[in-house]
Design a protein around this ligand. Structure first.
Ligand SMILES: [Zn+2]
Length: 76
C-alpha cells in the first residue's frame, strides 16, 4: 500500500493501516461494486488516525485498475 498522508481532519501523523483489509459479502455491503472478481469483493484497507479517530479507506491497485471500465463508477 502507498504512503498515507497526514490526517485531513487534525493534521496528525500517527496513522495506522489495517494490512489485511476487510471486504463485504454475506450480509455486509459491497462498498466497491464492480471492482472485485467473480465471487470475491474488492477489499477495503482502513486507515485510522490515532489522535482523532478519523477512518479513511483505501483499495488496492487491482481494484483501482478496474475503475475506468466499471459502469458503477463515474470519474469526477
Ligand atoms: Zn486525525
Amino acid at each position: 500500500m502507498h504512503k498515507i498522508a497526514a490526517c485531513p481532519n487534525c493534521g496528525g501523523s500517527k496513522i495506522y493501516l489495517n494490512r489485511t483489509g476487510v471486504s463485504g459479502g454475506g450480509y455486509a455491503a459491497n462498498y466497491l461494486p464492480g471492482l472485485g472478481r467473480l465471487f470475491k469483493y474488492a477489499r477495503l484497507y482502513p486507515a485510522v488516525c490515532e489522535d482523532c479517530g478519523l477512518v479513511r479507506f483505501f483499495c488496492d491497485k487491482e481494484a483501482r485498475s478496474k475503475l475506468k471500465n466499471a459502469p458503477q463508477w463515474d470519474k469526477q
